[in-house]
Design a protein around this ligand. Structure first.
Ligand code: ZN
Length: 308
């Protein structure tokens, strides 16, 4: 596998796997680039970055309004040269109303934790303060330890929906991306529920791009890995999801309205740190890379916060 340059050029893998459709004309990878808090919407192309504000001065940030106003459809087929530039990438989605996560959605991961396989999707939330750029540092909490990684395929919702039928679920998906569902195990297990351990600042690095589904042959057959300091820790395939994307959208939206820009992380395969023997927890300076075939890699250093 090829990990690609973090700053410019093809942030997708450039290997020749047959499931990639990067030679097609309508490929689209949405990014947000620029300093933190000042990100601009862009397209990542093989020849570099397209600054969408330079083309459409009124284009919104990649948020609920962007999807509601059909910008992905309006942008498909846009033919503009990209520019090579040194820039930071932000989370490819801004201000989601919610980040919903699936727990125990891969059989081997449920087994490694000694859990029963859930009969219905187990869902929980990360709050939006967790959102983080694909190459930004993750802050180790001051108050709680045992920080762990979870590579996950994340779905970004493109249209408001409630009571979504499985067979129509694809109409509600804007695209997919990579998320590290960073988890503070000490808080997760000490509290009687998971909110705090999952919602520390910076605990949801996302990206590098929002990849539209027309780029991906089969979203249910993508390899995914997590490495820590270059050592392979997780290796799975989305074909092993217990609940697939249509099942997840149908279940979650039964009585929870999904809004454009919402993020659903679909669960993690086996190989998280806390269930290893002996357990592994992240230390100051560790670097975690999460990769999904056909989407790309996010890479984050975990850092201790300076004393206040
Ligand atoms: Zn997770």
């Amino acid at each position: 596998m090829l990990f690609t340059d973090r700053w410019f050029g093809g942030i997708r893998e450039t290997g020749g796997h047959s499931s990639n459709k990067q030679t097609k004309g309508e490929t689209m990878q949405l990014i947000r680039f620029g300093p933190e808090g000042q990100e601009r919407p862009g397209l990542q192309q093989m020849d570099g970055i397209v600054d969408l504000r330079a083309v459409y001065p009124d284009i919104p940030d990649i948020d609920a309004q962007f999807f509601s106003n059909q910008w992905p459809r309006r942008l498909s087929g846009l033919k503009v040269s990209g520019q090579m530039m040194q820039t930071r990438l932000g989370s490819p989605v801004a201000r989601p109303s919610k980040i919903i996560c699936l727990g125990k959605n891969y059989l081997e991961h449920a087994r490694e934790g000694g859990f029963d396989t859930p009969a219905t999707p187990l869902i929980f939330c990360k709050s939006p303060n967790t959102l983080n750029g694909p190459f930004d540092p993750v802050l180790l909490p001051r108050s709680s330890g045992q920080v762990d990684w979870e590579v996950e395929l994340a779905v970004v919702i493109g249209a408001e929906g409630k009571g979504i039928e499985r067979q129509r679920a694809w109409e509600y998906i804007a695209g997919v991306t990579v998320m590290n569902d960073v988890s503070g195990r000490q808080a997760q297990f000490a509290d009687s529920q998971w909110f705090r351990g999952k919602s520390f600042d910076t605990f949801a690095p996302l990206g590098p791009a929002l990849v539209t589904l027309d780029e991906i042959d089969d979203v249910h057959n993508l390899r995914l890995t997590a490495t820590v300091n270059g050592q392979l820790m997780q290796e799975g395939n989305t074909r092993d999801l217990i609940f697939d994307l249509p099942a997840i959208l149908a279940d979650v939206s039964a009585d929870i309205t999904l809004m454009p820009g919402d993020i659903i992380a679909t669960g993690t395969p086996a190989g998280v740190g806390i269930f290893r023997d002996p357990p592994v927890v992240l230390q100051d300076g560790d670097e975690v890379a999460c990769w999904i075939e056909g989407i790309g890699t996010i890479r984050n250093r975990f850092v201790r916060q300076a004393d206040q």
